[in-house]
Design a protein around this ligand. Sequence first.
Ligand code: APR
Length: 249
Amino acid sequence: MSTGQIEFPVELVSLLRRTSKLAALTGAGVSQESGLRTFRDAQVGLWAQYRPEDLASPEAFQRDPKLVWDWYAWRREAVKGVRPNPGHYALAEIGKHVPEFTLIIQNVDGLHRMAGNQNVLELHGNIQRVRCADCRTFAETWDDDTESVPRCRECGGLRRPDVVWFGEALPRAQLEAAVEAARACDFFFSIGTSGVVQPAASLAFAAHNRGAVVIEINAEPTPLTAKADYAFHGKSGEILPRFVEAVWG
Ligand code: APR
């Protein structure tokens, strides 16, 4: 089905118009139309080309800090020239209409905030922040083009991107707030995420178990699709603006 043919059920539109509690979880798919690569799409996803255990784990950083640092410097560079797309802006628009809107993101690219989204819970950190791997002190500035990984001015430890790697815990306050929002909301959107990375993937199920209406917007079916009350398959940058227009326009 092409996006042009998607119809939003009348009962859903009318319920959404009256809701005051909405939560949305986003993944790499929402930034795909901005030109950033997803992780698990066949052929083009980052994990089709690289192995996460070589680049996105504490062990990888311990083994070869420079390789990991350079990979994130390359990804930071890719994010530099990139702008939010209509999907990011549509989410910011929802925030203007729904009093308790919580945007829970797995994205580390900063595009949601650039689009004007407030109250964003960053579950996986932010690629634009750098901190010490030992004492956690944040760096305001750093040089990406050095021979070796930059060191912390406070303790001399190695600097690393402030992202959550495989095997690491998510920031506790952000995760708790996300779980709380998923449990309390009336509507839960899962957008542009393959829904296979925990604990983020369990949020939609937590919302479903508490009686929320779960809506998936994704390029392809995921493990959530069968449980979702509504599933719209296509590009979020096309579906979300039309959804927002239908409900709050
Ligand atoms: N619109 C909507 N969905 C899209 C689009 C698009 N334009 N393009 C791709 N998708 C879908 C893909 O079909 C896929 O199901 O987005 C999903 C992206 O899934 P992943 O690449 O697995 O990304 P994500 O779910 O964010 O991954 C979770 O895994 O490696 C880690 O830390 C990384 O935060 C990331 C986490």
